[in-house]
Design a protein around this ligand. Structure first.
Ligand code: COA
Length: 202
């Protein structure tokens, strides 16, 4: 979104700037594709694999998705596609991972998130994260964990996991391993994350 700041002493200038702002707003809106987010269906599997292969330029994430789908960690309600003109252009998956401390919990791991290169930087990735978090809240999940770009995930309230006493299982830049506490979060959710076998090799 483009923000204009100015000091206008003259109402005429203020009106033209307002008109320009409205024009810019409608231009930005017209760049946003007409997009729909829904749960994945078996008929989407190959399109989802293609979205991930093209976004990541490798097949590891597509394989990870298959392995998770075939495991008890899969959550159908949190496997979401974004479609434009009924074509799948984006995908997000949250699945159960372990948090092991004084107690053992299953929490949400966000991975992968992918948008076809041609459709990136149009708000689709953000819309998928928001839709997933909203569904996770609705399902009463306590916390979501992600390894990713801090400047991107920070927008949705993800914070470095160390703020919450949650440790990554492998060495990563501290800011890149993040958690988003949801409304059912409680301080008891502390410890070290353990990823299921499906994540090996990703
Ligand atoms: C990351 C990704 C899912 C974002 O989807 P998107 O639809 O482009 O995201 P949005 O349009 O909602 O938001 C764009 C923001 O994503 C972030 N972003 C995208 N690509 C990025 C990159 N390579 N490095 C850092 N941040 C990036 C930026 O914060 C960007 O904001 P900006 O345009 O103001 O700079 C998409 O770029 C993608 O599929 N990338 C390849 C796969 C990948 O790296 N996924 C892992 C994410 S942890």
């Amino acid at each position: 979104m483009i923000n204009l700041r100015f000091n206008a002493k003259d109402d005429g200038v203020a009106e033209s700037i307002t008109a320009l702002t409205l024009q810019i707003d409608s231009f930005v809106v017209s760049l946003m594709p007409d997009m729909n987010i829904r749960c994945e269906q078996p008929s989407d599997y190959s399109a989802i694999a293609q979205v991930n292969i093209q976004a990541f330029q490798q097949e590891n994430e597509a394989r990870l998705i298959d392995k998770i789908r075939n495991s008890e960690r899969y959550i159908p309600e949190l496997s979401l596609v974004a479609e434009v003109d009924e074509v799948v252009v984006g995908y997000i998956l949250f699945s159960y991972i372990d948090l092991v401390g004084n107690q053992h919990f299953q929490v949400l791991g966000l991975a992968p998130l992918a948008v076809l290169p041609k459709f990136q930087r149009q708000g689709i990735g953000s819309a998928l994260v928001e839709a997933g978090l909203a569904k996770a809240e609705e399902m009463g999940c306590a916390i979501a964990i992600v390894l990713g770009y801090p400047e991107f995930y920070g927008r949705f309230g993800f914070e470095p996991s160390i703020h919450y006493g949650i440790e990554s299982p492998f060495p990563v830049p501290k800011n890149a391993f993040m958690v988003k506490p949801l409304k059912d979060y409680h301080r008891k959710y502390r410890g070290k994350v353990v990823y299921p076998l499906a994540f090996r090799g990703v």
